[in-house]
Ligand binder design. Structure first.
Ligand code: BES
Ligand code: MN
Ligand code: MN
Length: 462
């Protein structure tokens, strides 16, 4: 595969321009105002797969946004790699914090990306990483080096819980049959130190509503005499952690798999600099559960975080008012073997029980999913590691991530196959934040590394 480097060099401008075009379409799945753009993006992904060399591509309609399915079957007796990615993106808000418009991609140099990075919503999560696979296929088809069968399944609802994908996977097990699932929708340690994600956290996402009086009230006439839903909600939320930052929901930790001291010592070997971590976020200190270090708090431990809280008057100036209602959106990141539906139930029961007289509380579950851990002795992991070692010059380190891709656990359950998470993003790429970007180095390195995964996976499968 000497030629992949040369191929990437020769075509890199076109590779970048094609991605830029895809990034211009604002495929925000969470906001129906963008619905037309989400459908248009599916069409663009379909066209790109056809152009790259798939023999068959279709837009699969679902109750929600479509799934783009493509395949190139060269010989049914050879292994099949199933590539998953998502073409939907997070909302760009707060838009005023972007240094360039989120859907007008520009290339800018940064300290971490001296070769430049593409700034746009979805550049790293996940259009840029998904598109590396399309271009890797193009190379393998053009150079006649595709060593096995390949299937693509690119969805448009990952950022809102992958509901239609679960629906689709349950109904298309035969079509999606594969020997390994390959995903680039995670990160790596740094551009000098690749890593392979061996774990994802599960998720339970809920919305809570606290109702007091039947209308907003004058805070002088009624203040002190009736429950203030915002005060009450704040108190309830505050009580969800104790002084050690342990979560207080009864039963919450019952099924948590604790890592052995050996495993934790192994984790501590991954390069991590706390001072740089704090500096990058302008923090004077880190924060979290007692007894665990930062890299454990954000990966092997479950957490509970308020993602949004609102109610009452938040406009300009002051308005003296006791709101009738207060709301919050709360996410719980889960670890093996916590079951997200059971955790949602435990939360609901506990949170409702916290309500003092004078208010009523409702809990509305949103979406969720199970966590995932994968062994490092599988053929897929070994092939990925060989590929990274060849393109980066050093072996990859296994790392458990704090993020969630709930569909991965479902793939294992329904399709009975292991997923390999070959991510090329960096934590500093600001996914879900203003100024999301994806390094040109990372994009091109990804295109270079993926064909090697295919090569080694097929070799090791023999
Ligand atoms: N690609 C991310 C998940 C991710 C990022 C995992 C970096 C590991 C490292 C994915 O698009 C995402 O944002 N997932 C959501 C969950 C989903 C159900 C909305 C998340 O983790 O918040
Ligand atoms: Mn993603
Ligand atoms: Mn995301």
């Amino acid at each position: 595969m000497e030629n992949i480097k040369a191929y990437v060099q020769e075509h890199k401008d076109r590779f970048i321009n094609e991605l830029v075009e895809l990034l211009k379409i604002p495929s925000v799945s969470a906001d129906t105002a963008y619905s037309h753009d989400v459908f248009e993006t599916a069409d663009a992904v379909k066209a790109s797969l056809e152009k790259a060399g798939c023999d068959f591509v279709e837009i699969c309609d679902t109750p929600g946004y479509p799934i783009v399915y493509g395949e190139k079957i060269i010989n049914p007796s050879l292994p099949t790699v199933l590539v998953y990615g998502h073409y939907d993106v997070q909302p760009p808000d707060p838009i005023e914090l972007w240094t360039s418009p989120p859907f007008e991609p520009v290339i800018k140099k940064t300290e971490i990306h001296p070769e430049g990075a593409i700034f746009a919503r979805g550049s790293c999560d996940d259009k840029g990483q998904m598109y590396m696979h399309v271009k890797a296929l193009e190379y393998m088809v053009q150079s006649n080096t595709l060593p096995c069968n390949v299937k693509f399944m690119i969805e448009g609802e990952e950022e809102i819980g992958s509901k239609s994908l679960s629906w689709f996977v349950e109904r298309n097990q035969e079509k999606l049959k594969n020997d390994v699932i390959l995903i680039s929708d995670t990160g790596m340690i740094s551009n000098q130190q690749p890593s392979i994600t061996t774990g994802l956290r599960g998720l339970s996402y809920v919305e809570v509503e606290v109702t007091g009086p039947n209308r907003d009230l004058h805070s002088g006439l009624y203040g002190g005499a009736v429950a203030n839903p915002i005060n009450v909600l704040s108190k309830m939320i505050a009580s969800l952690h104790d002084e050690n930052n342990h979560i207080t929901i009864p039963g919450f930790y019952d099924n948590v798999v604790e890592l052995s001291l050996e495993e934790r010592a192994e984790m501590a070997k991954a390069p991590f600099n706390l001072e740089n971590y704090k500096k990058a976020l302008d923090l004077n200190d880190v924060y979290g559960e007692s007894g665990y270090v930062t890299n454990e708090r954000n990966s092997i431990r479950p957490t509970l975080d308020v993602n949004g809280i609102w109610g009452g008057y938040t406009g300009e100036g002051a308005k003296t008012v006791i709101a009738s209602k207060a709301f919050a959106k709360i996410s719980m990141r889960l670890v093996p073997n916590q079951d997200w539906e059971q955790i949602t139930e435990l939360f609901t029961k506990h949170f409702t029980s916290l309500a003092p007289a004078g208010v009523t509380v409702k809990v509305k579950p949103h979406h969720g999913g199970q966590g995932y851990v994968t062994p490092i002795d599988s053929i897929g992991y070994k092939a990925a590691n060989m590929a990274y070692t060849e393109t980066f010059g050093v072996p990859a380190i296994p790392v458990r991530s704090g993020g969630s891709i709930p569909i991965v656990a479902l793939f294992e359950k329904e399709l009975k196959s292991k997923t390999i998470l070959m991510g090329f993003g960096l934590d500093s790429d600001a996914i879900h934040s203003p100024n999301e970007h994806f390094g040109i180095f990372n994009y091109l390195k990804g295109i270079e590394t993926i064909p090697l995964f295919y090569k080694y996976f097929v070799e090791l499968s023999k």
